[in-house]
Design a protein around this ligand. Structure first.
Ligand code: C5P
Length: 253
């Protein structure tokens, strides 16, 4: 995977904090909370996805925030603009730092979400959460996407949705590590890119097929790295989190 980082492709804006986001992909909310408590001080945030949120509810987010852990709420909203805006208001009141929606929801939906995040945060005196757009799910292949009526190719559709998102005021995107160079080439430098698919080479093989190392992903323009199994399935998750953060260039004060 070397060679994905031509000179000059580094983003001008790097996060001023630890870029590692640990995915709390554990079925048991107590175990997820224990993991978050252990690794929280060594990472930038934790990711609460659909399974954990549906089983544990907003209370787990409140608990994490009360303990000072940053939260990325990955519920991938996709609905009419009014409904998504209301969900974003609720997520902002929960004090999450990042949340996701589907760029396929369109300009009006994304603009309404960003406006809801900004206005709600301002009304309660907090920084707005980073609203992240998801373009084409990596589970799609060309024929699967064509069945939905999108026939111009996955890469073209990713670019179209990425530009639509940023043109709607969205300040960040979720993308695969292999999309980083192309997206960095077309997006304004302030756009934050969040990427899963991170592997160090030390873990056993799993279902992630197209991966980059933490250093490669940062060099290719990632702002944040979502890491699940390499941390939660490690023998020592805290040591793994610290080591992966160091590989991504993070130096604790
Ligand atoms: O365990 P692993 O490091 O593969 O976890 C990555 C996390 O990022 C999981 O929560 C997974 O659902 C999510 N994700 C992904 N690939 C995508 C989008 C999200 O792995 N394309």
């Amino acid at each position: 995977m070397r060679g994905l980082n031509p000179a000059g492709q580094l983003p001008t804006l790097q996060p001023m904090r630890n870029p590692i986001i640990v995915a709390l992909d554990l079925p048991d909310p107590d175990k997820a909370l224990a993991l978050a408590r252990a690794v929280g001080p060594h990472v930038g945030a934790v990711k609460v996805g659909k399974e954990l949120f549906v089983s544990a509810g907003p209370e787990i987010v409140r608990t994490l925030r009360a303990e000072g852990v940053g939260v990325f709420l990955d519920l991938k909203f996709h609905d009419i603009p009014n409904t998504v805006a209301k969900a974003v208001v609720a997520a902002t009141r929960l004090d999450v730092q990042m949340l996701t929606l589907h760029a396929g929801g369109g300009r009006e939906m994304m603009a309404a979400a960003e406006k809801a995040a900004q206005e709600t945060a301002a009304s309660i005196g907090r920084p707005a959460p980073l609203v992240l757009a998801v373009t084409v799910l990596t589970s799609f292949n060309e024929s699967g996407l064509a069945e939905t009526g999108v026939t111009g190719g996955i890469e073209n559709h990713v670019e179209r949705l990425a530009l639509l998102a940023t043109g709607s005021g969205i300040r960040g995107l979720v993308c695969s590590p292999l999309e980083l160079p192309r997206l960095r080439g077309i997006l304004p430098p302030h756009v934050q890119l969040v990427t899963p698919g991170i592997r160090t080479g030390a873990e056993k093989a799993d279902d992630q097929k197209r991966t980059l190392s933490p250093a490669e992903a940062m060099a290719a323009g990632a702002s944040w790295l979502v890491v699940g199994r390499p941390i939660y399935a490690a023998t020592d998750p805290v040591a793994a989190a610290r080591s992966i953060a160091a590989m991504a260039g993070w130096q604790p004060a």
